[in-house]
Ligand binder design. Structure first.
Ligand SMILES: Cc1cc2nc3c(=O)[nH]c(=O)nc-3n(C[C@H](O)[C@H](O)[C@H](O)COP(=O)(O)O)c2cc1C
Length: 245
């Protein structure tokens, strides 16, 4: 995997280039039949997983669907919408259930010969305390009660301390990866459409999605066809959304 120079102050993209890339991405609903090469998909996935993510626990997974027979089965699951006729669909899954393995992965894949003691401590003790909610979320309930008292004295992180908060926790990071993925495809000249218009129950069955994984969106990918963009770009005035303090 290629990595940018370690100094985050050195930006490899100019503001104009980034603006052009972001502005050129649109939700595209019509694709040609041209296949997306696996090398392009791989490159884009490598960029997707460079997204910032909570505690670097990388709570996501991706199913890359290229098989025409499976794509044909997915189409009705996606309410038969046009975008789901794409030659490639990537199921983007949030994984609130993989944190334990991820803590171990951090130690196993640490990119230096020695894992610093503070890293070991964090991923062996602090993170498991934070993310373990126990059977039926009971440990989370206990932590919430503990917090009510402990947080009188000093500011403390209040979440995630339930199964529901774990789902939000995983979705936040996974959505950032999905955006990276769309921009990466855009940079390769492939259009995308994020889709939440699907029957989740049927989707889970069709793709054998693990019970605790959350399909946050399906990403249709391909070469844009004629009339692929349905409407002109529309965004509300920035002032409606921004408060300057
Ligand atoms: C989470 C999410 C779900 C979406 N689901 C669908 C969908 O099921 N079908 C569709 O045609 N577009 C879908 N879209 C695309 C949006 O309609 C589109 O991004 C929005 O209208 C803005 O247009 P733009 O992306 O071209 O700027 C979805 C977008 C997001 C972020």
């Amino acid at each position: 995997m290629s990595l940018f120079p370690a100094d985050p102050a050195i930006s490899p993209a100019t503001p104009a280039a980034l603006r052009e890339l972001i502005e050129s991405r649109r939700a595209v609903r019509r694709f040609t039949a041209e296949a997306v090469p696996d090398e392009v998909v791989r490159d884009c996935l490598e960029l997707a997983v460079l997204a910032p993510n909570s505690c670097n626990l990388q709570p996501w997974s991706f199913q890359v669907i290229r098989d025409p027979a499976l794509l044909a089965r997915l189409h009705p699951v996606c309410m038969s919408q046009n975008a789901a006729k794409a030659p490639l669909i990537i199921a983007v899954l949030a994984r609130p259930d993989t944190w334990k393995q991820a803590c171990q992965n951090i130690i196993d894949y640490w990119p230096e010969p020695d894992v610093p003691a503070r890293i070991r401590r964090f991923y062996n003790k602090t993170a498991p305390f934070q993310y373990n909610q126990g059977p039926f979320g009971l440990f989370g309930l206990f932590k919430r009660q503990l917090l009510r008292v402990a947080a009188w004295r000093k500011p403390l992180m209040r979440a995630p301390n339930s199964q529901a908060q774990m789902r939000i926790w995983a979705v936040k990071s996974t959505a950032l990866a999905a955006q990276n993925l769309m921009l990466a495809f855009q940079s390769h000249g492939y259009a995308t459409c994020p889709m939440e218009g699907f029957d989740e129950v049927r989707l889970r069955k069709t793709l054998s999605i693990p019970r605790q994984a959350l399909p946050i969106m399906l990403l249709a990918v391909g070469k844009q066809d004629e009339k692929g963009v349905y409407n002109p770009r529309l965004r509300f005035p920035l002032e409606q959304h921004v408060t300057w303090l």
